[in-house]
Design a protein around this ligand. Structure first.
Ligand code: UN1
Length: 502
């Protein structure tokens, strides 16, 4: 069987976390399914209350040592992890495809994203610098320094089962934190393999336990992790519903969160756009990863003068899209993650039709085994309530607009604020889109699509997307604590604000 072969290549065939997938899973074991067939791939053993407690307690112990390793030396461990990931990129990418249904190019691309962020973190390990400020007092020095924060809880979704851990864990590691990773139960095998690779490298460098897993249900593992005061930061990626719960529980204990939640991303295509270019990006954004990225393009807002022609062009392109086995040559769209996701797709299409939408392409599941649906285009009336919701499936709603102010208002009219894009050759239109009165999203692109961000920028969004920033730029600051230090090198007491106290 394919999984055994991949597991051997990744060196996890004897991993104690894994269990055979025969018959009904026994208590304490969950099966991971291949969404292209609906068949179980392998089982994983779940954490219970006692092992959750053990993992968190051990993470605190490991943190006490890891925080004292010089940051550039921590960077060398991350560099070795990047090397090991490079060696295993193909096998790990294939496992991503097997477990969550990404096409081969996207499975590999995801592992590449982790490698990229690891490389970025290595450089960062020599640049975790603070500021110095002039003190108002003679013979005093004022400075800021950054210290490691503690164990970081990382909760990830099924759709980026490797890279989102990478964004968090690689930064956390150079910052001197240890990671407790709670992956989605829809993609635990990728997590077992990824964590094993990182942990193997860290252990060989003399630092076992920097990367730990907590695999379990939300009730047992998730709730324990987010409620635990020993875990100062919870970084969670997933639905707005999950994020609200995490936000509430962590706020109650005054902990920190980094939330990367839903998106409802729009592309605006202006009258003067390069339509060839726009069409390519819209198709990738809407159907790539079967519409299951938080950055997927869900709404298309087209200038009314070109709406009919641009729509026809997209419909023609959708006709040529091959849906099927994600690992087969030529496939562009793999399965949705589960039968529930297919039901969600069908319910959204039915609602759109009831609300006055017209299905121009797709609109139905693909008969047979696996969770496949046809990429779907729906021409929307001005008001289509279902388009205000994020449905994790390849459904694109098309709206028409008259002027750019109206288009920006439509783009901003949803609860989420992750990603956005405009296609135009008019610098006044793109500058308006990027201005303070423009897109309200964390990501705003010009002449490229909503998905597929590089790791070098900060990644995340506003409003119901949660406000967190991960990955590049100065996102590392979320994983550290800032300390302001004032040093008196003089002989006497000098109080700030000129206060005399004698
Ligand atoms: C996600 O869907 O949670 O920008 C992350 C992108 C990818 C990351 C998506 N680099 O589409």
């Amino acid at each position: 069987m394919r999984f055994q072969e991949i597991a051997a290549r990744l060196g996890i065939d004897g991993d104690p976390r894994l269990a055979p997938a025969e018959g009904e899973p026994p208590p304490g074991v969950a099966h991971s399914e291949n969404p292209a067939t609906g068949e179980p791939i392998a089982g994983v053993r779940l954490d219970d209350a006692a092992s959750c407690e053990r993992t968190i307690a051990q993470s605190v112990e490991t943190f006490r040592k890891w925080r004292m390793v010089p940051a550039p030396a921590r960077g060398q461990v991350v560099r070795a992890i990047a090397d090991e990931l490079r060696r295993h990129r193909d096998a790990l990418g294939e496992l991503v495809s097997l477990e969550v249904g990404k096409i081969r190019a996207e499975g590999l691309g995801e592992v590449q994203e982790t490698i990229d962020v690891a490389d970025f973190a290595v450089g960062l390990s020599r640049q975790l610098h603070g500021l110095t400020m002039p003190s108002e007092r003679p013979d005093h020095r004022l400075l800021e320094q950054w210290h490691p924060l503690g164990p970081v809880g990382v909760i990830t979704a099924f759709n980026f089962p490797n890279a989102v851990w990478g964004w968090n864990a690689m930064l956390a590691a150079v910052c001197g934190d240890v990671t407790i990773w709670k992956p989605s139960l829809l993609a635990p095998l990728t997590a077992v393999a990824t964590n094993a690779i990182a942990e193997r490298v860290a252990a060989a460098a003399g630092h076992p336990g920097v990367f730990r897993l907590l695999i379990g249900t939300d009730d047992v593992a998730g709730e324990r992790l987010v409620a635990d005061r020993r875990v100062p930061l919870i970084s969670a990626t997933g639905s707005c519903r999950m994020g609200r719960r995490v936000g509430e529980v962590v706020a109650r204990r005054l902990g920190r969160t980094l939330l990367e939640l839903g998106g409802n991303n729009a592309v605006i295509v202006h009258r003067d756009a390069d339509q060839d270019l726009a069409a390519k990006y819209v198709v990738f954004g809407a159907v790539g990863t079967a519409g299951q990225r938080c950055t997927s393009t869900r709404r298309l807002i087209v200038h009314e003068e070109i709406a009919a022609g641009f729509t026809a062009r997209l419909v023609a392109a959708y006709d040529t899209i091959r849906v099927g086995d994600p690992l087969a040559e030529g496939t562009l769209v793999g399965p949705l993650i589960s039968s529930r996701a297919v039901e969600g797709f069908e319910a959204a299409v039915a609602k759109a039709a009831q609300q006055g939408g017209r299905v121009l392409a797709g609109g139905a599941r693909v008969a047979g085994r696996g969770h496949f649906v046809r990429p779907t285009i729906i021409r929307a009336p001005d008001n289509l309530p279902i388009a205000m919701e994020e449905t994790f499936a390849p459904i694109l709603y098309i709206f028409a607009y008259k002027d750019i102010e109206q288009a920006i208002a439509m783009q901003n009219s949803v609860d989420q604020g992750l990603s956005s894009a405009v296609f135009t050759s008019d610098v006044r239109v793109s500058e308006r889109f990027l201005s303070a009165a423009g897109s309200d999203c964390g990501i705003a692109n010009v002449n490229l699509g909503t998905s597929g961000a590089e790791i070098g920028g900060a990644f995340g969004g506003e409003k119901d997307t949660g406000g967190g920033r991960e990955s590049g730029s100065d996102a590392w600051k979320a994983y550290m604590r800032r300390q302001t230090a004032t040093i008196n090198a003089g002989a006497g007491m000098t109080l700030a604000q000129g206060i005399r106290f004698e």
